[in-house]
Design a binder for this molecule. Structure first.
Ligand code: CP
Length: 362
């Protein structure tokens, strides 16, 4: 199996075997960060990052990932590029993507809730770059999916539920119950991280409990994919509308604010209305009391965390919180993605041999 030349826009586009290859490589890379098998895997190569929306973790971890692999990541602000849009003249995505492909080895793009006027526009834009680019395009979070975050989540949960280091496999998540709970918050976040994790957790056989107040359902197409993933594993997919009951029996608690289905009413992103409405749902916060109802669950969150709104400090900083380990995994997962999809071919032979051994061992 080779992932060379492959874009990562949504994990559902990849087979479980391909995702396993990334996760297994990432776990190995984390154990042996400076191993000769990958320290030159991206030597003298360049990864381009375009951020239409802000970031701390994604930006820094991609730079660190490219550097760790012997290469370089550079930042291009869309505001410094004259791109054609509905409102202004400029270069087409086709021209830009084809020119970028002459210099770079991969393109990462982030475009989220604050940079689009309707749900799905950001995802479409990334798909358009991918249509014309001749190098891999990596979704660094759009308004639909956040595949690198979802992989880092799964890796962090896997590490927790795998008893011995040698047995670290996402297969250990099968049958565990994920509570994915909406939470009040002031950040009005898009659906990308929870949807990305919903798709991937269901793909690895987790039972899904989705908790949200009325008006906060996410994309029905994503629910359909998650339901089908669950059905293929014989696992459950349930939705509850109260802020308490979902905690019973949960192994993983993921609470996060996300925007309502009315967020783009009128063709604009209504941030203030979203925040005001979200904060009126006072019970929707993860507390230590609620966590006591779970099966000693871990607490996970893609960050940034809106402490005191989404979750109590005692939970976010408590001994069952895996938020920093998951954030750390962004580096390792992205190193694995860069190495496999756009790394140096001579290193890929080594990397793929190592990865094949890892897969054979499991
Ligand atoms: N989780 C995540 O993508 O963080 P940033 O927005 O800081 O990149």
């Amino acid at each position: 199996m080779s992932l060379f030349g492959k874009s990562l826009i949504c994990t559902q586009d990849w087979s479980v075997q391909e995702l396993d290859l990334i996760l297994k490589t990432a776990i190995e890379m984390k154990k042996n960060r400076d191993d000769i098998r990958w320290r030159e895997a991206f030597l003298r190569k360049d990864f381009l990052m375009m951020f239409y929306s802000p970031s701390i973790r994604t930006h820094l971890s991609f730079v660190a990932a490219a550097t760790d692999l012997g290469g370089h990541a550079q930042y291009l602000s869309p505001s410094t590029v004259k791109l054609k849009s509905k409102l202004s003249a400029g270069e087409s995505i086709e021209d830009v993507a084809k020119v970028m492909s002459q210099y770079m080895s991969g393109i990462g793009i982030r475009i989220m809730e604050d940079s689009v006027s309707a749900y799905g526009e950001g995802h479409q834009l990334i798909r358009e770059y991918d249509k014309y680019a001749t190098i891999p395009v990596i979704n660094m979070a759009d308004d639909v999916c956040h595949p690198c975050q979802a992989l880092a989540d799964i890796m962090g949960w896997t590490e927790h539920f795998s008893k011995k280091e040698g047995e670290q496999s996402a297969k250990n998540l099968k049958g565990k119950t994920l509570l994915l709970s909406w939470a009040k918050g002031k950040l009005a976040r898009s659906w990308n991280s929870p949807q990305g994790s919903l798709i991937l957790a269901s793909r690895y056989g987790m039972n899904i409990k989705l908790a949200r107040p009325d008006g906060y359902d996410m994309d029905p197409k994503i629910y359909k994919i998650a339901r089908e993933n669950c059905a293929s594993h014989g696992s459950s997919f349930d939705i509850v509308t109260d802020a308490e009951s979902g905690y019973e029996g949960a192994d993983v608690v993921y609470s996060r604010n996300w925007i309502s289905s009315e967020a783009y009413a009128g063709g604009v992103f209504n941030r203030e209305t979203e925040v005001e409405s979200a904060l009126s749902h006072k019970d929707w916060m993860t507390t230590e009391t609620k966590m006591r109802k779970t099966k000693n669950a871990i607490f996970t969150h893609p960050m940034p965390v809106d402490r005191g709104s989404e979750v109590e400090d005692g939970v976010a900083s408590g001994h069952r919180s895996v938020i920093y380990n998951v954030a750390s995994n962004r580096l390792h997962v992205q190193k694995a993605v860069i190495a496999h999809t756009m790394g140096r071919r001579e290193n890929l032979v080594q990397l793929n041999t190592a990865a094949r051994e890892l897969i054979t061992e499991s």
